[in-house]
Design a protein around this ligand. Structure first.
Ligand SMILES: *Cc1c(COP(=O)(O)O)cnc(C)c1O
Length: 378
């Protein structure tokens, strides 16, 4: 197939701007300053955007520390990254996987005394010290050593024999709400717990945490979302460059009379003579079934926001194009679901979710194009 045939064959198009990813990385690094390392969270295939294409761009921008969730992600990332890049597994080692992890030179984030014991046992078997990140639970109750676990490590430091702690980290639950009291409370808990552990680098902030200010940066920050253009400051304008454009295409249009139903469950009834377009992307492509109420724009007519109506189907959505008047809408015409006039956050809000879930839900059927705009601007 020719490139054009491949485009034509797809129901929808996903365009990822790698220059914007690089620009976002550099902006965050500038914000935290030269004394702080800027790692990247690249789990879930770089939030659905494709680690094989995105990670090399981050490495070219200077990133050398990468966080994934699982061993499987770590193993495939190891084939992408350069030798001197560190790969950390946020979920830590699943029982029995420690050797595989070590052979691939992956570094576990140790979240429990059980994970620590298993990692240490491997270090003893191999008669070599093994690196690990220690995660402490500073108040989110998700991953990490509890305060009691940390107290035990402080009392029995031999539990860390054979383990080289390279980072002590924790994760903020409410960083996207800057005024939330949990942020300060978690920072204080982190400071208290960290003081009981070996003296090494510390890390607390992901994307939103970076924007809380220098008190949250410590020695290493771990942004994911902001790199991919998701707004890390939901209450303010998005400071990041948009990375994703998502387009579906018109399959057909029809004119319906007032009182006519659209879609499964007849949940939309036209109250005027309406021109309806059926687009070729649906919930199998990650457009939430709750996205009726979202708005799209017909490419070339970006000034008119067009509502998604009725229920989202597996392979299609319906859009009310009446407000375009008698503009010609040709079969195959592209429509922006996410684009310069239809931000990711708007689609997320209309779908009753967040940009993170919209990106990670994007299906496999889109034709993907990677472009590289100038990282410096434009
Ligand atoms: C996902 C994740 C990150 C990145 O979070 P963003 O909000 O996407 O920047 C950082 N740290 C941990 C522990 C995570 O799970």
């Amino acid at each position: 197939m020719t490139p054009q045939e491949r485009l034509d064959a797809a129901g929808g198009w996903l365009t990822v701007d790698l220059g914007a990813v690089a620009a976002n990385y550099r902006m965050l690094r500038q914000m935290v300053g030269p004394g702080v390392r800027t790692a990247a969270a690249v789990k879930a295939d770089c939030y659905g955007l494709g680690a094989a294409r995105v990670v090399p761009v981050l490495e070219a921008a200077g990133c050398r520390n990468f966080f994934v969730a699982t061993l499987e992600e770590g193993l495939s990332l190891r084939r992408i990254t350069g030798h001197d890049s560190a790969i950390f597994l946020l979920n830590g080692p699943m029982p029995g996987t420690e050797s595989l992890l070590q052979q691939a030179r992956l570094i576990p984030v140790v979240n429990s005394l059980e994970q620590l014991a298993a990692w240490r046992a491997l270090a003893f078997r191999l008669e070599t010290p093994l690196s690990a990140v220690l995660q402490v639970d500073s108040g989110m109750s998700r991953f990490g050593l509890s305060a009691a676990d940390v107290a035990r490590l402080a009392a029995e430091p031999e539990l860390l024999d054979g383990v080289q702690v390279v980072l002590v980290m924790s994760h903020l639950a409410c960083a996207d709400e800057p005024a939330h009291p949990a942020n300060r409370a978690q920072r204080e808990a982190f400071l208290r717990l960290r003081a009981l552990l070996p003296d090494t680098l510390g890390s607390l902030a992901a994307s939103s945490g970076i924007f809380l200010g220098a008190d949250w940066h410590f020695d290493l920050v771990r942004p994911g979302a902001a790199l991919y253009g998701i707004n890390p400051t939901p209450d303010a304008d998005n400071p990041m460059r948009p990375v994703v454009r998502l387009q579906a295409r018109v399959v057909q249009t029809r004119v319906i009379e007032p009182g006519t139903a659209v879609g499964y469950g007849a949940r939309f009834i036209a109250n005027r003579t309406s021109r309806i377009a059926t687009l070729s992307a649906g919930y199998a492509d990650g457009i939430s079934r709750h996205a009726s109420g979202a708005h799209v724009v017909l490419c070339g007519y970006e000034h008119t926001r067009l509502p998604v109506i009725g229920r989202v189907s597996m392979d299609s959505i319906a859009v009310d194009m009446t407000d375009l008047g008698d503009v010609e809408i040709a079969p195959g015409a592209p429509v922006d679901l996410i684009g310069p006039h239809t931000p990711l956050e708007a689609l997320a809000t209309a779908s009753d979710t967040i940009g993170y879930e919209v990106l990670t839900a994007l299906g496999q059927r889109y034709h993907r194009t990677y472009i590289a705009t100038d990282p410096a601007g434009g």
